[in-house]
Design a protein around this ligand. Structure first.
Ligand code: PLP
Length: 712
């Protein structure tokens, strides 16, 4: 409460503060404003209040300082620098009232000026705040003032909660508050930023205010497929033909040709007999593991200690025994497998790419152990599908790269290959494929059993046809074009190397993940806030429980669509923020004995990437060229045709340039229609009118892979 105590003196003056519960005030005061990440939501709202805003403007700095004590913790460093103060490690804004006041006053003035300008622009008669400024709080709420409306709603809620507590004897609201308090106390409360990724400006997004743009460096749309032109074109066509929702569960009306075709596409990708699509891979993992573990008699799970929550939940829900082995530790796994008779059903559950540290599971060696001890292998390739292997099937495919290149696009298994030896593969359509959804792939009987028994598959509405079609277009495109995967690797290497050269502690790993160790939850959040607020760079801080306490980090995802200038700017900004916040560098961690494999004696400082120079195209000079600002991203013509062709039977044939967008963002930031109908080749032939299909994908360039190589 100490943080909020200065507010209590305003309780009598401000109806909002008077009526708002302390817990709500605490939440508002500890949440960053999406518009100004430097401010708390509470401070930002106070500046807009028709009653408190003007009052704050004219009151003394002492009052402003009262508000400042609950504001964000962003500009402190700057002020300290200006004032020549070097704060001790762990110092917080509360310890430094004059800095708080100065910062708050500056921000407050900025907000008030903006509010005043806005007010001036709008007609006084139509402005609800104009009326509210002289009215009672009730009138203000009725006039539409969001501040008072919220207070009124909360007062109502509080009354309802009190009366409910009287009837039931249990104070539910207090219980929620206590649970949330725990999260605030252990610093694991999650703050979500308002980030709106712009299809035509990838990797740029706008924040809560549409004019505030930032570069996104942590999205899992790893290849930019969320706005690939053939994906968008396919989705538009499907939406127009089949509408939006699927209409039911797979059992009722939601089992369409698009769903079945996507499952065939995925089975082909993994060279497995069958696949099954779920609403997400969280659901796929949970549903599959809970069903398998509860059905297999006496089943024992062997689970990597760094497995994702979806797998952990699935294993827990099954009720089966779960034995945890040390991360990627084959000796530990074997010693645990040995303890059970060969005939006991066992499942080894693990991942290929571990997304928070970037390590890669020893898939082949785990398959060897599974065969030796009679276990099934369950491999989560969520952070690998689309990104590894010549066709994007994941790390299991990547490990037999040449064999899969030679096998081409037919979906037959390659006997003895790693992908063939893995029994169950799960993947997502929501990351590298840029859509949403998850799936499993395996034997016919296994897939049919899950389809028949898993509640998480059966009792939920299936994905919308347009989403399913977009996902399939994405998978098909990536099967036929390796350039995005190669360029991603080139850019990842570039960023990792540049950071390492500046002593920035990148957690070493062979994958595309770029995790940078910070080692403290508040510093990690402060670094993320600073990058966003001062550099327009968005990277989310990763804190407990996603990573262990003390191993907090920034996790960067570099795409093939980030330009050389953007990468240079990112590295410079991270370097500056590390200096300003005095965050440990690699050399510091070495001195301190290391953490999270960074600077730990005996641990490699550098791990070879799994994509070799040859596979990336460096050896033979076919490596795709890094984009520069203003360059058009490459769209491969052959892959576009391949992705279009798989829809010929359902959507008709289509030729010519890709029509990705039928709307355009205009100068005011609105969306306007630029063309109303898409004409397919078959429709053209039927009507006898030749209407060209127009490319609306501004800023993209359609090329053959050969052209791409030539321009490299
Ligand atoms: N498995 C792993 C390893 C993940 O990291 C995630 C999501 O982040 C999932 C499964 C869930 O995938 P989805 O986002 O499709 O639900």
């Amino acid at each position: 409460m100490d943080k909020l105590s200065s507010l209590t003196r305003f309780k009598a003056a401000c109806p909002f503060l008077g009526r708002t519960k302390t817990s709500t005030l605490r939440n508002l005061s500890t949440s960053s404003s999406p518009r100004y990440p430097t401010l708390s939501v509470l401070t930002e709202r106070a500046t807009k209040c028709p009653v408190m805003g003007p009052a704050l403007n004219t009151r003394s700095k002492e009052i402003v300082a009262g508000y400042a004590s609950v504001a964000g913790t962003f500009d402190v460093d700057k002020i300290h620098k200006e004032k020549g103060i070097v704060p001790p490690p762990g110092a917080t804004i509360e310890m430094c009232p004059h800095a708080s006041a100065a910062r708050a006053a500056a921000r407050m003035a900025e907000d008030l000026a903006a509010a005043a300008a806005k007010k001036k622009r709008s007609k006084a008669a139509h402005h609800p705040h104009a009326k509210a400024a002289t009215a009672t709080p009730k009138d203000a709420a009725a006039a539409g003032c969001p501040f008072h409306l919220k207070a009124a709603a909360e007062a109502k809620l509080a009354t309802a909660a009190e009366s409910k507590a009287k009837h039931t004897g249990f104070n539910y609201e207090a219980f929620y508050t206590e649970e949330l308090d725990k999260k605030h106390k252990d610093k694991s409360y999650r703050y979500f930023n308002n980030i709106n990724r712009l299809a035509q400006k990838f990797p740029v997004a706008h924040t809560a205010r549409v004019t505030d743009e930032v570069e996104v460096w942590c999205a899992n749309d790893y290849l930019g497929m969320g706005n690939n032109p053939v994906v968008l074109e396919t989705m538009h066509r499907t939406l127009d033909k089949y509408g939006h929702g699927a209409g039911g569960t797979r059992n009722i009306a939601g089992n369409g040709a698009m769903h079945l075709a996507l499952e065939n596409e995925l089975a082909n990708l993994h060279r497995k007999p069958a696949a099954l699509v779920f609403s997400s891979c969280y659901v796929a993992n949970d549903a599959t593991l809970s069903t398998l573990g509860s059905k297999l008699p006496g089943c024992v799970y062997f689970s990597d200690s760094m497995n994702h929550a979806s797998m952990i939940q699935g294993m827990r829900h099954s009720g089966a025994k779960r034995v945890i082995f040390k991360h990627n530790d084959l000796e530990d796994l074997e010693s645990k497998l040995k303890q059970y008779p060969k005939e006991t059903p066992k499942i080894i559950a693990f991942e290929s790419v571990y997304s928070m540290c970037g390590s890669i599971g020893p898939i082949k060696e785990i398959c060897d152990l599974a065969e030796q001890y009679g276990a099934l292998t369950f491999l989560d390739e969520v952070h690998a599908v689309g990104l590894y292997g010549p066709r994007g099937a994941g790390v299991a495919e990547h490990l037999d790269y040449e064999a899969h290149v030679a096998a081409g696009q037919n979906g037959a298994a390659i006997p003895g290959s790693v992908m063939d030896r893995v029994d169950i593969i799960t993947g997502t359509l929501g990351k590298a494929y840029g859509a949403v959804g998850g799936y499993i792939a395996g034997s016919e009987e296994f897939v049919d059993m899950i389809r028949s028994y898993a509640p998480g598959f059966i009792f939920t509405t299936s994905l919308p046809p347009a989403t399913v079609a977009g996902a399939r277009a994405s998978v098909a495109y990536q099967k036929h074009y390796v350039g995005d995967r190669q360029l991603k690797q080139v850019n990842v290497r570039k960023v990792k190397d540049a950071m390492s050269a500046l002593d920035i502690p990148v957690i070493p790993g062979p994958s595309h993940i770029v995790p940078v160790l910070v080692g403290d939850p508040e510093l990690a959040k402060a670094a993320s806030d600073k990058l966003l607020g001062e550099h327009d760079i968005y990277v989310q801080a990763i804190n407990y429980p996603t990573v262990a306490r003390g191993e907090e980090r920034l996790r960067f995802t570099v795409t093939p669509r980030h330009t050389i200038e953007q990468m240079d700017r990112l590295v410079r900004a991270v370097d500056q923020v590390f200096t300003e916040l005095n965050i440990n560098r690699l050399s510091d961690w070495k001195r301190l004995g290391g953490r999270a494999t960074v600077g730990v004696e005996g641990q490699p400082e550098y791990v070879e990437p799994i994509w070799t120079d040859e596979q990336v195209g460096i050896t033979d000079g076919t490596v795709p060229r890094i984009l520069k600002n203003g360059d058009k991203p490459v769209v491969d013509a052959k892959a576009v045709n391949a992705a279009r062709n798989v829809f010929n039977n359902l959507l008709g044939t289509i030729e010519g340039k890709v029509q990705a967008n039928r709307t355009r963002v205009n100068a005011e930031g609105g969306v306007e229609l630029v063309t109303s109908t898409l004409t397919t080749k078959s429709e053209m032939m039927k009507s006898g009118v030749a209407i060209p299909i127009v490319s609306q994908m501004e800023g993209s360039e359609m090329k053959d892979a050969a052209d791409v190589a030539a321009s490299a």
